[in-house]
Ligand binder design. Structure first.
Ligand SMILES: Nc1ncnc2c1ncn2[C@@H]1O[C@H](COP(=O)(O)OP(=O)(O)OP(=O)(O)O)[C@@H](O)[C@H]1O
Ligand SMILES: Cc1cn([C@H]2C[C@H](O)[C@@H](COP(=O)(O)O)O2)c(=O)[nH]c1=O
Length: 210
């Protein structure tokens, strides 16, 4: 079985990334796979602190370039402190969001430009890219409704953006997928949770067997 793969979960708000990732990690652990689950922004102390600054709903004055730089700073620290050492130890790493979030949210939806945000990130982490990315596709209105209905986590500054912004995020992801069609695998997130899990599990199992 192949290990030390770096796999990222991407998609709009409420698409089910965190829920699916947690279920899959439990299954992998039951099969004795050496797996690390983590998230962005965050995953380690410094990056979690940066997360608090970025996502604080009171920080409405944050400039979009500041936002892009903060995400890249959190990514750099998280990648070199946690992700890369885990991969070097032979672990499978599953990460809830990574660079494609920056390309879709800051690059496309904020209007900074995908190439410009890519350049900031190349400074932060070099040319490192995930081995595979699962993109959970869902109408933003459905995802936002899930978050507001379930009330399981605090609504953050990005959630508070307009529906139009979140629709731009989805278009941004489509642009990113056009750039990296081999790396990014689309999963229909507008299905019952169990089916979404099975779709992701099937792709992952195939990858691990290669
Ligand atoms: N397929 C699904 N059908 C219905 N509800 C779902 C589905 N997937 C997730 N949910 C619910 O939607 C909410 C958001 O799910 P989750 O936190 O996993 O999404 P997410 O993609 O990680 O969101 P975000 O990126 O905004 O944090 C949760 O209450 C979860 O139980
Ligand atoms: C990594 C990353 C994230 N974002 C946005 C996407 C979400 O709105 C939040 C993170 O919240 P989640 O509940 O953990 O999904 O941050 C972004 O805009 N750019 C990024 O690089």
């Amino acid at each position: 079985m192949k290990s030390n793969l770096f796999i990222t979960f991407e998609g709009p708000e409420g698409a089910g990334k965190t829920t699916v990732l947690n279920i899959i990690i439990e299954r992998l652990k039951q099969q004795n796979v050496d797996v690390l689950g983590t998230r962005e922004p965050g995953g380690i102390e410094i990056a979690e602190k940066i997360r608090e600054v970025i996502l604080n709903p009171a920080h409405t004055a944050m400039d979009e370039r500041t936002e892009a730089l903060l995400y890249a700073a959190a990514r750099s620290q998280h990648f070199f402190e946690k992700v890369e050492p885990a991969l070097n130890m032979g672990k499978l790493v599953l990460c809830d969001r990574f660079i494609d979030s920056s390309l879709a949210y800051q690059g496309y939806a904020r209007g900074i430009g995908i190439d410009e945000v890519l350049a900031i990130n190349e400074f932060a982490i070099g040319k490192r890219m995930p081995d595979k990315t699962f993109y959970f596709d869902l109408e933003p209105a459905v995802g936002l409704a899930r978050i507001h209905a379930h009330n399981e986590r605090e609504v953050n500054r990005l959630d508070n953006e307009s529906l139009l912004f979140h629709e731009h995020v989805r278009k941004g992801y489509y642009e990113v997928i056009k750039r990296y069609p081999d790396r990014i695998q689309i999963i229909n997130a507008d299905q019952p949770m169990e089916k979404v899990v099975e779709d992701a599990w099937a792709i992952l199992s195939e990858l691990l067997e290669k």
